[in-house]
Design a protein around this ligand. Sequence first.
Ligand code: BGC
Length: 747
Amino acid sequence: MKFITGSLRRLSCVLGLLLLGLGTAFGTLRAQNQPVKIEPVQEPPPLYLDTNQPVEKRVEDLLGRMTLEEKIAQVHADSKFSTAAIPRLGIPRRWIDDGPHGVREDVGPYSWDPAGRTDDYATWMPALSALGSTWNVDLATAYGNVLGQESRARDKDIILAPIVDIARTPISGRIYEYFGEDPFLNTRMGVNYIEGVQSNDVAACVKHFAGNNQEDGRGSINMDMDERTLREIYLPPFEAAVKEAHVWAVMGAYTKFRGEYCAYNDYLINKILKGEWGFPGLVMSDWGGTHSTREAALGGLDVEMGTLVGSEDKSAYTNFFLASAFLDAIRTNGIPVSVLDDKVRRSLRVMFASHIFDPVRLPGALNSPEHRTTAQRVAEESMVLLKNNNNALPLDVSKIKSVAVIGENAVRHNAAGFFGAGVKTMYEVTPLDGIEQLVGGKVNVTYSAGYSKEGGDSNLVKRAVTAARQADVAIIVAGLNHSRYLDDEGRDRTNLSLPYGQNELIQRVARINRRTIVVLVSGPAIEMDPWLDRVPAVLQAHYSGMEGGHALARILFGDVNPSGKLTVTYPKQLMDSPAHALDTYPGTNGTLFYKEGLLVGYRWFDAKDIKPLFPFGFGLSYTTFEYSNLKLVPGHDTNGPVVTAEFDLANTGPRAGAEVAELYIHQENPTLPRPLKELKGFKKVLLNPGEKQTVSIPLDVRSFAFYDPAQAGWVSEAGNFKILVGSSSRDIRLQDTFHLPQTSVEK
Ligand code: BGC
């Protein structure tokens, strides 16, 4: 039962193991039925408990002791978020939970209703779109570490995170759960996040493999794309999760790929993930993402979760596709037992890797001050200053007497209550809380809602306008929320506009108060045409976690210099985005071909020369940075950089600040067409006023490669490559040409 506390669970596991040893030791004595001199029998513990043995030997030993039924119990759920214990062998119940923004509130074992516990509060971290916008890989490690520690403290074995899916369309309902639109950025953030989680004896489960890029129709839509696009855009973050971060679990997407469900897609899972990449861990289905026994068993699915099985009680779980029906298929030789053994082996490997059987397992920590500090740092580094005319920001408390805070998002709580991305958190510092706490004693802070999620009330607008008229500065905290058709799972947004009449609200407030600052609490992206040129400053604040209000206030009033940059291109209008311009969204008759191919996000805007509202990689600062002196320093070509871009970055403004320097490559005359620019490196550098640093960004051979389907490999072609260094994808400050001396192919 989930209600057993962490320590009780560990105790029951130890007792199970003890009984197991005693049972073996005393079995023969009892059978002889005569007085015996009881001496401690020095029978060695089973090999699989010997931590000095190699993992593979321990796996084989334990597998060899399991009955067919016990093996079957490991490949499907026995409650919403667990698989069964096998006390006889000391295998504990394996607990799984969401991810990705904090360890989710526990639900009842057989329903989605909250379990009603009081010990399942967790740190609510900023959304992954915020983490991505920090462009700070060390923060990704720290974030993963918070998740890992809290998972352990909550007694979870597998955490369903991170999401490394590509933001293909800006209206995806889950875009706020994604790092962004670029495979390289998603890769770098994902790898560090996973390493952070797994350093705590908890398995990360990277998701959704491969291509849950929209919510509409996700349960059945069949997506397809050309092989190069698959390899260059959608797979790299997963490939690196396996090869670099050694992730222990992968979740299959709900969607179909080339006709077969992703969770047991022979090509994606057997051939690529487990075959080419040599993934030794387990593949888990998304909740309800399994639809058959034979295909799932043979297509590479290792653990079936969340299948909808009618009655919601314990017995329902025997109806899972990989439960009784799988057992029957094995018993009747319909499916070889080796297929089951491979699945169980993978589960056992993950258990050993996360030290489930070992006497000491890292204990973790929950709701610690350190975790809250990390949440705040991520929030502070994530917010993106999109516009700041005449230094409208930061606000100087010594020069203003009053601030009108306007907008429902200034007081809305966003942490809890929606699918897997929600977190039950002890508190949430809203934007209004943050502003009041920081400057409430020095300036007069008023609040008016301005709009309502519940529907039109023109008085709200009037009151907001009056408040704005009476204040020195108006701060409108606008944006979206997690309601249906906004930033929510299962359905996409229908457009990029602000809902609830917020456009009109901003226009009317801006008309009355020239110093109107717009703060957007939302996932990316928002259409701003109706008001962008009427306000001096806009800040994208994301869903910024339990400390978000503090972070926001510190940015607005200048205690923190914003350093976030966009990870998604903001189009002027939805039809400028590739999936929509080519009418390939949301698919026709259940099928969706990714016609834009490689030209996702900024690659499309570059190729078609479309001016975005704000480009990928864009973000302002309260200071200014100067780039100079680019040098391309040749390196080695095996397991190291082939070249390192070195350049100077100086803070030429009045305040300390951090700049994300971005490096893109452009191949001249490639044999296969390539995007004009591809991100291949970045570095975030903190500089004091007047300080200058030399920044180095190494490029390995893969940085230059494209995937050639004809050769089934990554080809780095001899020839010239432009190395472009800049402050955004549309603000290249330095460039030089690198000549790659020889062609190589990596299979
Ligand atoms: C989501 C997954 C999540 C799972 C369990 C699904 O609806 O797609 O990301 O991990 O539910 O909550």
